[in-house]
Design a binder for this molecule. Structure first.
Ligand SMILES: C[S@@+](CC[C@H](N)C(=O)[O-])C[C@H]1O[C@@H](n2cnc3c(N)ncnc32)[C@H](O)[C@@H]1O
Length: 302
């Protein structure tokens, strides 16, 4: 049997190959595949969106009422279906912002199929959701794309009561700047829920060595950098950045941790600054926060 040191050496060498593959794929095709569901797999897309939506709702405070709220989704990827579901529950509007135009050509007929599988919400709200979603250019169901991901500009004068994202924050070039941007469009009392996938993204190696991306010193990892390369921020980094911008009740709730059978090897042989951190067994989870916190100077007359 291979010793843990040899196994980690093997994973580190193989992982370099996967970093190179991800880099090469991006050079050839750009940012194209937001999740593992094929574009043509309508049923798979419905199941994926219902699953994500259920997770987002689970992390919302139980007393939070969606009725009449304005919702912002960051980086919806290939579908604005999450927005249709928010509208069906009575949200007033949904706006989505992305750096890549992955949802631009989405067929509005898909939203009907999605709603057919989501029996919740009042009849009037569900009908309104269907109507808005099939109205081209509706301000209550909008989408803005800009490679600079300038949230204030892309919000086009709106502000929001709820800001969500899924599998997006780990891709941001500068998460602290994104948090500063979303803070500028958050209304007092705004809730935020961000599902963040912290583990290695390349499939084969992710299953065997979920912390593989953390094995490389920054200069080596950045040799393979491309737009959207996982940024390797950890839960404590996100919590710090939200707190610094005046958000309160900032929490990172883990939803997946490393399988006990892989834990020892996964925590060994990591590069600085990841070695020895106490959050390295978290693979996935949600950052939740409310704006603003108590004691800040926001909203005070100047
Ligand atoms: C893994 S996809 C997730 C999409 C969708 N939320 C989902 O769950 O399928 C990552 C999302 O982040 C966006 N993204 C990737 N790199 C980005 C960057 N550097 N700045 C802003 N958005 C980025 C992509 O356009 C995409 O929408």
């Amino acid at each position: 049997m291979m010793t843990p040191v040899l196994r980690n050496l093997e994973m580190t060498i193989l992982g370099l190959g996967f970093l190179g593959l991800a880099w090469g794929k991006n050079r050839l095709h750009g940012y194209t595949t937001p999740n593992r569901v094929e574009k043509s797999d309508s049923e798979g897309k419905v199941a994926y969106l219902l699953d994500i939506f259920a997770s987002l709702r689970r992390f919302l405070p139980p007393q939070f009422d969606l009725r009449g709220r304005d919702v912002l989704e960051l980086s919806p990827g290939a579908s604005r279906g999450i927005g249709v579901l928010f509208l069906a529950l009575g949200a007033r509007s949904y706006h989505a912002i992305d750096a890549f135009d992955l949802a631009g050509g989405e067929d509005p007929a898909f939203y009907d199929r999605l709603l057919d599988r989501f029996p919740e919400g009042r009849k009037a709200d569900r009908e309104r959701a269907r109507t808005i979603a099939r109205t081209p250019g509706a301000r209550e169901f909008d989408y803005a794309v800009g490679r600079d991901f300038d949230i204030l500009r892309l919000a086009e004068g709106r502000s929001f009561d709820l800001i969500v994202s899924c599998a997006a924050f780990e891709h941001y070039d500068d998460p602290a700047a994104t948090i500063a941007g979303l803070t500028q469009v958050a209304r007092p009392g705004c809730e935020s829920v961000h599902i963040i996938d912290l583990q290695t993204h390349s499939r084969w190696i992710r299953e065997r060595d979920p912390n593989n991306i953390y094995r490389y010193p920054e200069p080596i990892y950045r040799l393979f950098s491309f737009p959207g390369q996982p940024n390797r921020q950890r839960p404590a980094d996100y919590v710090r950045s939200f707190s610094a911008k005046g958000w309160s009740d900032v929490r990172f709730v883990p939803s997946l941790t490393i399988d006990p059978a892989l834990r020892e090897t996964s925590l060994r042989g990591l590069a600085a600054p990841f070695a020895g951190r106490d959050d390295m067994s978290i693979l996935d989870g949600a950052l939740t926060a409310r704006y603003p916190g108590l004691g800040g100077d926001w909203g005070m007359a100047s």
